[in-house]
Design a binder for this molecule. Structure first.
Ligand code: SF4
Ligand code: SF4
Length: 343
């Protein structure tokens, strides 16, 4: 294991404080009883056992409203180039790292996204067991990191930490904090493998997830699932957009012009494919006129390999946020249970 070192929890805190010298350090902290991504600037100790916040970090990388162009009273337009603050997210769970990899692939060379992403330093934190409602294991997104990071932390039961690096910036952060390069010995490597296996074994047995995914991915696309099944769940969607707002891989946006005097700004804002107007075309044609059509489209984008993209992973990273958000019980596990014959 030549891309990681053994460190103490105190050494991890030194890394956090070193990162805070030229970045805002943002970590999960419990606020009014719930975990929230919070600017800590590295003070205190890392809250190792704080659960993943319900709202992820998508809003930093893809703000809900982002100015992209501006025009003045001559009509001349210019791009609005973001100048994002440098941040370090410390404690990203494996599903959130996989989601950021999905965003990286989706936005590609988008200059606004690239600027924000280049300003972000990612520190992952492996999960020692299944979280409530998470199914990252079944979609190859966790519970140990499966996607790129700058640094990644695995807490060992004896209080030590395996710190892996995944970028030159990660190596520089280790050096900057003066973390001694204690190599991971064979015994610790074996312990790591046992911890990973134990974390995987802690997930509930949910055979309906595999059955549902198999039906979503049976050829021809969609052929295994009757239209009636989607139309049965469609009316349960209230078009509240809770799922698409919280989903760390949802990327749909629209653009709005906001005139101010003789000038103005063009902004892109989050949109949702579950809203009736999202796909309606200028001609009046609507390719997904019924709620069930929109629910079907949404879930194919999440659970079909047709939309896996260059990472090879599904558009769903199994974080379970949509199951928490959906008042109609048609989050990911709810849909997979229905498709997999669980209810
Ligand atoms: S679809 Fe649901 S479970 Fe999957 S990544 Fe999005 S919020 Fe998480
Ligand atoms: S959270 Fe549920 S009800 Fe709300 S838009 Fe998503 S699927 Fe529809």
């Amino acid at each position: 294991m030549d891309a990681c070192v053994l460190a103490s929890r105190a050494a991890v805190d030194r890394i956090r404080r070193a990162l805070a010298l030229d970045r805002r350090v943002i970590e999960p902290r419990t606020v009014e009883g719930a975990p929230v991504w919070t600017a800590t600037n590295g003070e205190g100790a890392l809250a190792w056992s704080t659960a993943a916040p319900l709202a992820g970090v998508k809003g930093w990388l893809v703000p809900p409203r982002e100015p992209v162009l501006a025009w003045d009273d001559t009509g001349a337009m210019r791009p609005v180039v973001p100048c994002p603050e440098r941040v370090a997210f410390v404690g990203l769970r494996a599903c959130d790292l996989a989601a950021i990899a999905h965003l990286d692939a989706h936005f590609g060379s988008d200059p606004w996204y690239r600027a924000r992403r280049a300003a972000a330093f990612l520190v992952g934190l492996d999960c020692s067991g299944a979280c409530a409602g998470g199914f990252c294991l079944e979609v190859d997104a966790g519970p140990f990191a499966r996607a790129p990071f700058d640094l990644n932390l695995t807490a060992l039961p004896d209080g030590r930490v395996v710190v892996a690096w995944g970028s030159a910036a990660g190596v520089a952060a280790l050096h900057g904090a003066g973390v001694a390069s204690t190599p991971v010995d064979d015994g610790t490597a074996l312990l790591l493998a046992e911890l990973a296996a134990g974390a995987a074994a802690s997930f509930p047995v949910r055979p309906y997830v595999a059955r549902g995914l198999a039906r979503m991915n049976a050829a021809p696309a969609g052929g295994a699932i009757a239209d009636e099944e989607w139309q049965a769940v469609g009316p349960r969607c209230l078009a509240c957009t809770g799922c698409t707002s919280l989903c760390p891989t949802c990327t749909c946006f629209t653009v709005v012009d906001e005139p101010v005097g003789a000038g103005g700004t063009r902004a892109r804002i989050w949109d949702s494919c579950l809203l009736e107007g999202f796909q309606r075309q200028a001609s009046g044609h609507h390719p997904a006129p019924r709620p069930g059509d929109r629910v079907r489209r949404f879930w194919y984008h999440k659970l079909s390999r047709d939309f896996a993209g260059p990472t090879g992973r599904l558009g769903c990273v199994g974080c379970g946020r949509c199951d928490v958000a959906c008042p109609g019980t048609i989050g990911a596990l709810g849909v997979l249970a229905a498709l997999g014959g669980e209810r």
